[in-house]
Design a protein around this ligand. Structure first.
Ligand code: ADP
Ligand code: MG
Length: 327
Protein backbone atom coordinates (compact mmCIF):
# COMPACT_ATOMS: atom_id res chain seq x y z
CA UNK A 1 0.00 0.00 0.00
CA UNK A 2 1.26 3.49 -0.79
CA UNK A 3 2.13 5.61 2.21
CA UNK A 4 -0.49 8.29 1.49
CA UNK A 5 -3.17 5.70 1.01
CA UNK A 6 -2.22 4.17 4.31
CA UNK A 7 -2.43 7.51 6.12
CA UNK A 8 -5.77 8.21 4.46
CA UNK A 9 -7.07 4.81 5.47
CA UNK A 10 -6.02 5.34 9.07
CA UNK A 11 -7.67 8.75 9.09
CA UNK A 12 -10.89 7.17 7.89
CA UNK A 13 -10.68 4.54 10.61
CA UNK A 14 -10.29 7.28 13.17
CA UNK A 15 -13.59 8.78 12.14
CA UNK A 16 -15.58 5.68 13.11
CA UNK A 17 -17.57 6.30 16.23
CA UNK A 18 -18.66 3.65 18.66
CA UNK A 19 -22.26 3.98 17.43
CA UNK A 20 -20.98 2.50 14.16
CA UNK A 21 -20.46 -0.83 15.92
CA UNK A 22 -23.44 -3.05 15.12
CA UNK A 23 -25.38 -3.68 18.34
CA UNK A 24 -24.33 -0.46 20.03
CA UNK A 25 -27.33 1.80 20.55
CA UNK A 26 -27.54 5.11 22.30
CA UNK A 27 -27.81 3.71 25.82
CA UNK A 28 -24.92 1.28 25.37
CA UNK A 29 -22.79 3.96 23.76
CA UNK A 30 -23.40 6.19 26.74
CA UNK A 31 -22.35 3.49 29.22
CA UNK A 32 -19.21 2.76 27.22
CA UNK A 33 -18.32 6.44 26.98
CA UNK A 34 -18.88 7.02 30.69
CA UNK A 35 -16.17 4.45 31.27
CA UNK A 36 -13.66 5.92 28.90
CA UNK A 37 -14.42 3.53 26.04
CA UNK A 38 -15.19 6.03 23.32
CA UNK A 39 -12.99 4.60 20.63
CA UNK A 40 -13.69 1.62 18.36
CA UNK A 41 -10.12 0.35 18.62
CA UNK A 42 -10.17 0.50 22.42
CA UNK A 43 -13.29 -1.66 22.44
CA UNK A 44 -11.97 -4.01 19.79
CA UNK A 45 -8.87 -4.73 21.86
CA UNK A 46 -10.56 -4.95 25.29
CA UNK A 47 -11.48 -8.13 27.10
CA UNK A 48 -15.22 -8.90 27.53
CA UNK A 49 -14.81 -9.37 31.27
CA UNK A 50 -13.12 -6.00 31.81
CA UNK A 51 -15.75 -4.14 29.80
CA UNK A 52 -18.56 -6.02 31.48
CA UNK A 53 -17.16 -5.21 34.94
CA UNK A 54 -16.83 -1.56 34.02
CA UNK A 55 -20.20 -1.03 32.38
CA UNK A 56 -22.42 -3.54 34.13
CA UNK A 57 -23.54 -4.89 30.75
CA UNK A 58 -23.59 -8.71 30.56
CA UNK A 59 -20.44 -10.42 29.35
CA UNK A 60 -22.24 -12.22 26.52
CA UNK A 61 -23.60 -8.99 25.06
CA UNK A 62 -20.19 -7.35 25.41
CA UNK A 63 -18.48 -10.25 23.66
CA UNK A 64 -20.75 -9.69 20.66
CA UNK A 65 -20.00 -5.95 20.65
CA UNK A 66 -16.26 -6.58 20.86
CA UNK A 67 -16.43 -9.04 18.01
CA UNK A 68 -18.40 -6.55 15.90
CA UNK A 69 -15.91 -3.80 16.80
CA UNK A 70 -13.07 -6.04 15.62
CA UNK A 71 -14.72 -6.43 12.25
CA UNK A 72 -15.21 -2.74 11.62
CA UNK A 73 -11.88 -1.72 13.16
CA UNK A 74 -10.23 -3.89 10.55
CA UNK A 75 -7.62 -5.23 12.96
CA UNK A 76 -5.75 -8.40 12.37
CA UNK A 77 -4.74 -7.47 8.85
CA UNK A 78 -1.80 -9.43 7.54
CA UNK A 79 0.99 -7.61 5.76
CA UNK A 80 3.67 -9.29 3.71
CA UNK A 81 7.22 -9.33 4.99
CA UNK A 82 8.07 -7.15 2.02
CA UNK A 83 5.56 -4.48 3.04
CA UNK A 84 6.86 -4.47 6.59
CA UNK A 85 10.45 -4.33 5.36
CA UNK A 86 9.52 -1.35 3.18
CA UNK A 87 8.13 0.47 6.23
CA UNK A 88 11.23 -0.41 8.23
CA UNK A 89 13.34 1.37 5.60
CA UNK A 90 11.72 4.66 6.65
CA UNK A 91 12.85 4.17 10.24
CA UNK A 92 15.20 6.93 11.42
CA UNK A 93 17.39 6.96 14.50
CA UNK A 94 17.79 9.78 17.00
CA UNK A 95 21.05 10.08 18.89
CA UNK A 96 20.92 9.91 22.69
CA UNK A 97 24.07 12.00 23.09
CA UNK A 98 26.02 8.97 24.29
CA UNK A 99 27.72 6.73 21.75
CA UNK A 100 27.60 3.87 24.27
CA UNK A 101 23.85 4.14 24.56
CA UNK A 102 23.42 4.60 20.80
CA UNK A 103 25.36 1.39 20.20
CA UNK A 104 23.22 -0.47 22.69
CA UNK A 105 20.16 0.67 20.74
CA UNK A 106 21.53 -0.20 17.32
CA UNK A 107 22.25 3.45 16.48
CA UNK A 108 19.80 5.48 18.56
CA UNK A 109 16.08 5.71 19.33
CA UNK A 110 13.96 4.38 16.48
CA UNK A 111 11.03 6.17 14.91
CA UNK A 112 7.70 4.30 14.69
CA UNK A 113 8.35 2.70 18.09
CA UNK A 114 7.90 3.57 21.74
CA UNK A 115 11.08 3.60 23.80
CA UNK A 116 10.54 3.45 27.53
CA UNK A 117 13.13 4.53 30.12
CA UNK A 118 12.36 3.24 33.56
CA UNK A 119 14.18 3.54 36.85
CA UNK A 120 13.95 4.86 40.35
CA UNK A 121 13.70 8.53 41.30
CA UNK A 122 16.82 10.43 40.26
CA UNK A 123 18.02 7.75 37.85
CA UNK A 124 18.25 10.31 35.03
CA UNK A 125 15.04 9.73 33.07
CA UNK A 126 14.10 13.41 32.86
CA UNK A 127 17.68 14.39 32.02
CA UNK A 128 17.65 11.97 29.09
CA UNK A 129 14.32 13.42 27.89
CA UNK A 130 15.82 16.93 27.91
CA UNK A 131 18.82 15.67 25.96
CA UNK A 132 16.64 13.94 23.37
CA UNK A 133 14.65 17.15 22.91
CA UNK A 134 17.83 19.11 22.23
CA UNK A 135 19.20 16.40 19.93
CA UNK A 136 16.01 16.27 17.88
CA UNK A 137 16.55 19.87 16.79
CA UNK A 138 20.08 19.12 15.57
CA UNK A 139 20.79 18.51 11.87
CA UNK A 140 20.62 14.97 10.49
CA UNK A 141 24.38 14.68 10.08
CA UNK A 142 24.74 15.15 13.83
CA UNK A 143 22.21 12.45 14.62
CA UNK A 144 19.19 14.76 14.96
CA UNK A 145 16.03 15.22 12.90
CA UNK A 146 16.22 19.00 12.42
CA UNK A 147 12.68 19.11 13.72
CA UNK A 148 10.46 20.34 16.53
CA UNK A 149 9.62 18.42 19.69
CA UNK A 150 6.41 17.86 21.66
CA UNK A 151 6.68 17.20 25.38
CA UNK A 152 3.85 16.10 27.64
CA UNK A 153 5.13 17.00 31.09
CA UNK A 154 3.16 15.37 33.89
CA UNK A 155 5.46 16.11 36.84
CA UNK A 156 6.36 19.71 36.07
CA UNK A 157 10.02 18.84 35.66
CA UNK A 158 10.74 20.48 32.30
CA UNK A 159 13.50 23.06 32.83
CA UNK A 160 14.47 25.45 30.02
CA UNK A 161 17.67 26.19 31.94
CA UNK A 162 18.82 22.62 31.32
CA UNK A 163 18.00 22.93 27.62
CA UNK A 164 20.18 26.05 27.47
CA UNK A 165 23.11 24.29 29.18
CA UNK A 166 22.84 21.25 26.92
CA UNK A 167 22.49 23.40 23.79
CA UNK A 168 25.60 25.41 24.62
CA UNK A 169 27.68 22.26 25.03
CA UNK A 170 26.54 21.10 21.58
CA UNK A 171 27.19 24.56 20.14
CA UNK A 172 23.56 25.15 19.26
CA UNK A 173 21.65 28.41 19.39
CA UNK A 174 19.75 27.84 22.63
CA UNK A 175 17.01 30.39 21.80
CA UNK A 176 16.32 28.54 18.58
CA UNK A 177 16.29 25.18 20.38
CA UNK A 178 13.82 26.51 22.98
CA UNK A 179 11.57 27.83 20.23
CA UNK A 180 11.34 24.34 18.73
CA UNK A 181 10.32 22.60 21.94
CA UNK A 182 6.57 22.66 22.69
CA UNK A 183 5.68 21.69 26.23
CA UNK A 184 2.21 20.88 27.56
CA UNK A 185 1.63 20.29 31.25
CA UNK A 186 -0.79 17.42 31.86
CA UNK A 187 -2.75 17.99 35.06
CA UNK A 188 -4.26 14.53 35.36
CA UNK A 189 -4.46 11.28 33.43
CA UNK A 190 -7.54 12.37 31.50
CA UNK A 191 -5.78 15.53 30.39
CA UNK A 192 -2.72 13.48 29.47
CA UNK A 193 -4.82 11.20 27.25
CA UNK A 194 -6.37 14.22 25.51
CA UNK A 195 -2.93 15.70 24.88
CA UNK A 196 -1.83 12.37 23.41
CA UNK A 197 -4.77 12.48 21.01
CA UNK A 198 -4.06 16.10 20.16
CA UNK A 199 -0.41 15.48 19.38
CA UNK A 200 -1.29 14.36 15.86
CA UNK A 201 -2.93 17.70 15.06
CA UNK A 202 -0.08 19.66 16.58
CA UNK A 203 2.48 17.78 14.53
CA UNK A 204 0.90 19.05 11.32
CA UNK A 205 1.65 22.56 12.49
CA UNK A 206 5.12 21.88 13.91
CA UNK A 207 6.31 18.78 12.03
CA UNK A 208 7.50 17.33 15.32
CA UNK A 209 9.46 14.11 14.98
CA UNK A 210 9.84 13.48 18.68
CA UNK A 211 7.07 13.07 21.25
CA UNK A 212 8.08 12.78 24.89
CA UNK A 213 5.81 11.75 27.76
CA UNK A 214 7.54 12.33 31.11
CA UNK A 215 6.16 10.53 33.03
CA UNK A 216 3.86 8.09 31.29
CA UNK A 217 2.49 6.50 34.44
CA UNK A 218 2.62 8.89 37.41
CA UNK A 219 -0.92 10.26 37.07
CA UNK A 220 -2.37 6.83 36.35
CA UNK A 221 -0.58 5.43 39.34
CA UNK A 222 -1.79 8.04 41.80
CA UNK A 223 -5.34 8.26 40.49
CA UNK A 224 -6.06 4.55 40.16
CA UNK A 225 -5.06 3.02 43.44
CA UNK A 226 -6.01 -0.42 44.59
CA UNK A 227 -7.09 -3.55 42.84
CA UNK A 228 -10.61 -2.45 41.96
CA UNK A 229 -9.48 0.26 39.60
CA UNK A 230 -6.63 -1.68 38.04
CA UNK A 231 -8.48 -2.84 34.97
CA UNK A 232 -9.75 0.64 34.23
CA UNK A 233 -6.26 2.04 34.62
CA UNK A 234 -4.79 -0.59 32.32
CA UNK A 235 -7.43 0.05 29.68
CA UNK A 236 -6.83 3.78 29.69
CA UNK A 237 -3.08 3.32 29.61
CA UNK A 238 -3.47 0.89 26.74
CA UNK A 239 -5.52 3.37 24.78
CA UNK A 240 -3.09 6.18 25.55
CA UNK A 241 -0.09 4.13 24.43
CA UNK A 242 -1.82 3.20 21.21
CA UNK A 243 -2.48 6.88 20.51
CA UNK A 244 1.23 7.52 21.04
CA UNK A 245 2.24 4.66 18.79
CA UNK A 246 -0.13 5.89 16.14
CA UNK A 247 1.54 9.28 16.25
CA UNK A 248 4.93 7.59 15.90
CA UNK A 249 3.79 5.62 12.86
CA UNK A 250 1.97 8.42 11.07
CA UNK A 251 4.66 11.06 11.67
CA UNK A 252 7.61 8.66 11.47
CA UNK A 253 8.51 10.05 14.89
CA UNK A 254 10.33 8.81 17.97
CA UNK A 255 8.17 8.26 21.04
CA UNK A 256 10.12 8.42 24.31
CA UNK A 257 8.37 7.80 27.62
CA UNK A 258 9.52 7.50 31.22
CA UNK A 259 8.24 5.16 33.86
CA UNK A 260 8.90 4.72 37.54
CA UNK A 261 9.61 1.51 39.32
CA UNK A 262 7.67 0.22 42.28
CA UNK A 263 7.37 -2.87 44.35
CA UNK A 264 4.31 -4.77 43.21
CA UNK A 265 1.70 -4.48 45.95
CA UNK A 266 0.31 -7.91 45.12
CA UNK A 267 3.60 -9.74 45.58
CA UNK A 268 4.94 -9.70 49.12
CA UNK A 269 8.57 -10.27 48.20
CA UNK A 270 8.11 -8.41 44.93
CA UNK A 271 10.87 -7.18 42.72
CA UNK A 272 11.38 -3.58 43.91
CA UNK A 273 12.45 -2.58 40.41
CA UNK A 274 9.39 -3.62 38.44
CA UNK A 275 8.18 -0.89 36.08
CA UNK A 276 4.65 0.44 36.58
CA UNK A 277 1.89 -0.39 34.17
CA UNK A 278 2.70 -4.08 33.94
CA UNK A 279 1.96 -5.91 30.75
CA UNK A 280 0.23 -3.08 28.96
CA UNK A 281 3.24 -0.80 29.00
CA UNK A 282 5.64 -3.69 28.52
CA UNK A 283 3.92 -5.03 25.44
CA UNK A 284 3.38 -1.70 23.72
CA UNK A 285 6.86 -0.28 24.30
CA UNK A 286 9.21 -1.77 21.72
CA UNK A 287 12.36 -0.86 23.60
CA UNK A 288 12.62 -0.81 27.37
CA UNK A 289 15.67 0.62 29.07
CA UNK A 290 16.27 0.16 32.76
CA UNK A 291 18.39 2.88 34.38
CA UNK A 292 20.24 2.44 37.61
CA UNK A 293 22.60 4.76 39.44
CA UNK A 294 26.33 4.23 39.44
CA UNK A 295 29.04 6.31 41.11
CA UNK A 296 29.71 10.00 40.44
CA UNK A 297 26.87 10.82 38.07
CA UNK A 298 27.23 7.57 36.14
CA UNK A 299 24.17 5.63 35.12
CA UNK A 300 23.96 2.10 33.81
CA UNK A 301 21.39 1.63 31.06
CA UNK A 302 20.24 -1.94 30.42
CA UNK A 303 18.27 -2.88 27.34
CA UNK A 304 15.46 -5.29 28.13
CA UNK A 305 13.21 -7.33 25.85
CA UNK A 306 14.25 -5.93 22.48
CA UNK A 307 12.65 -7.64 19.49
CA UNK A 308 15.94 -7.91 17.60
CA UNK A 309 18.84 -6.46 19.59
CA UNK A 310 20.84 -8.44 22.14
CA UNK A 311 20.40 -7.58 25.81
CA UNK A 312 23.26 -5.51 27.10
CA UNK A 313 24.36 -2.53 29.13
CA UNK A 314 25.84 0.89 28.44
CA UNK A 315 27.43 3.32 30.87
CA UNK A 316 26.37 6.93 30.49
CA UNK A 317 27.14 10.06 32.44
CA UNK A 318 24.62 12.66 33.54
CA UNK A 319 26.55 15.91 33.62
CA UNK A 320 25.95 19.63 33.48
CA UNK A 321 26.59 19.36 29.72
CA UNK A 322 23.91 16.71 29.38
CA UNK A 323 24.08 13.02 28.56
CA UNK A 324 27.50 11.84 27.49
CA UNK A 325 29.45 8.57 27.55
CA UNK A 326 30.42 7.24 30.94
CA UNK A 327 33.75 5.53 31.35
P1 ADP B 1 14.38 11.06 37.22
O1 ADP B 1 14.82 9.69 36.80
O2 ADP B 1 13.71 11.05 38.56
O3 ADP B 1 13.62 11.80 36.17
P2 ADP B 1 16.35 13.11 36.76
O4 ADP B 1 16.49 12.89 35.32
O5 ADP B 1 15.61 14.30 37.22
O6 ADP B 1 15.75 11.82 37.47
O7 ADP B 1 17.81 13.08 37.34
C1 ADP B 1 18.19 13.87 38.41
C2 ADP B 1 19.70 13.74 38.51
O8 ADP B 1 20.30 14.33 37.35
C3 ADP B 1 20.25 14.50 39.67
O9 ADP B 1 20.26 13.67 40.81
C4 ADP B 1 21.65 14.81 39.19
O10 ADP B 1 22.47 13.70 39.44
C5 ADP B 1 21.52 14.94 37.70
N1 ADP B 1 21.50 16.35 37.29
C6 ADP B 1 20.44 17.17 37.18
N2 ADP B 1 20.80 18.40 36.79
C7 ADP B 1 22.14 18.37 36.66
C8 ADP B 1 23.13 19.33 36.31
N3 ADP B 1 22.82 20.59 36.01
N4 ADP B 1 24.41 18.92 36.28
C9 ADP B 1 24.75 17.67 36.59
N5 ADP B 1 23.86 16.72 36.94
C10 ADP B 1 22.59 17.05 36.99
MG1 MG C 1 11.79 12.76 36.23
Amino acid sequence: MEKNEKVKKEDEEKKLSIEDIPGVGEATAEKLRENGLDDVMAIATASPKDVSDLTGIGEGAIAKIISAARKIADIGNFETGEEIFQKRKDVLRLTTGSQNLNNLLGGGLETQSITEFFGEFGSGKTQIMHQLAVNCTMPEEKGGFNSDVLIIDTENTFRPERIIQMSKYRELDSDEVLRRIHVARAYNSHHQILLGEKAGEMAKEYKAKLLIVDSLTSHFRSEYMGRGSLSERQQLLNRHMHDLLRFGTLQNAVIAVTNQVAARPDVFFGDPTAPIGGNIVGHTATFRIYLRKGKAGKRIARLIDSPYLPEGEAVIQVSEDGIIDGT
